[in-house]
Design a protein around this ligand. Structure first.
Ligand SMILES: Nc1ncnc2c1ncn2[C@@H]1O[C@H](COP(=O)(O)OP(=O)(O)OP(=O)(O)O)[C@@H](O)[C@H]1O
Ligand SMILES: [Mg+2]
Length: 253
């Protein structure tokens, strides 16, 4: 099955091993959890997958292609997108403009793109608008479509960031604490969207970094437990969360 495979990835920063020989794989059609205490290296691992940081050792393979040494923009073109821990949207653009600007289409990659006739250019604009409306509706932001992103609540901004990821056509979504700091209603909303994404498109893979164990339990069947840069445990979520060591290190039980 086409998937994300990480093999023996390590990263030291200032002599400190932040990520230590991590091997993991993430299957499509599934939400896989990545949990572990603060400073475990989860966000750093995301940086390495997206090419923002280069690992010292190992390989990363996505859908059969070696992406280990690719720069971030090329990793993105392979279909890997991320939701940042601190949500990032264009605050001075409207919701709609935010999503339109995230739309991706193979047509913009053709060599004759700069020579597109006005008519075809217009058609592209129309398609992007349609597509963006679809995803704005998908995340439930239709009512605020024309307001600047700065006037959205924090939770709505997260929804917008998810809409941008979907419009970008990414097949692998790396989500760094998408529900942190949100109220239970908004959390529920986001989780339903995530579940729908993988249910509707078995080609989509979601990796979810999360501290809230009720969230992990609800959406992820499988989870990696990371501690001090290493994958200390992998298994079915209930199994991992029930483990004595995990409970001691992480949950303080
Ligand atoms: N650029 C950097 N320079 C020095 N140390 C760094 C750098 N980036 C991360 N670290 C350190 O690496 C460790 C892992 O950080 P990381 O942000 O990956 O953890 P995390 O698992 O995402 O934690 P959290 O759950 O708190 O978000 C931490 O001890 C952090 O201080
Ligand atoms: Mg983090």
């Amino acid at each position: 099955m086409e998937k994300l495979k990480i093999k023996n990835i390590s990263k030291a920063i200032n002599g400190l091993k932040i990520v230590d020989r991590v091997t993991a794989s993430f299957l499509p059609g599934r939400i896989t959890g990545l949990i572990g205490p603060n400073g475990a290296g989860k966000t750093t691992l995301f940086h390495i997958i997206t090419g923002e940081l280069r690992s010292d050792t190992g390989e990363i393979n996505y859908r059969g292609e070696d992406i280990t040494l690719l720069p971030p923009y090329r990793v993105a073109r392979k279909g890997i997108g991320r939701l940042f821990q601190d949500v990032r949207v264009f605050e001075n653009l409207t919701v709609s403009e935010n999503v339109v600007s995230a739309c991706y289409d193979h047509r913009v990659e053709t060599p004759w793109f700069p020579f597109l006739r006005k008519k075809r250019w217009k058609a592209l604009e129309r398609d992007f608008k349609e597509k963006s409306d679809y995803y704005i509706d998908y995340v439930g932001l239709m009512e605020v479509k024309d307001v600047p992103a700065s006037s959205l609540s924090y939770g709505q901004q997260k929804l917008l960031a998810i809409a941008r990821l979907l419009a970008g056509g990414f097949s692998l979504l790396l989500l760094d604490e998408p529900t942190a700091g949100l109220n239970p209603v908004m959390i529920k909303k986001i989780l339903n969207i995530l579940k729908r994404i993988v249910a509707e498109d078995q080609g989509k893979t979601i990796v979810l970094v999360e501290h809230d164990m009720s969230v992990v339990t609800e959406v992820a069947d499988w989870v990696y437990f990371m501690n001090e840069g290493r994958i200390a445990f992998f298994g079915r979520t209930d199994h991992v969360l029930g483990d004595k060591e995990v409970r001691e290190i992480y949950l303080g039980l």
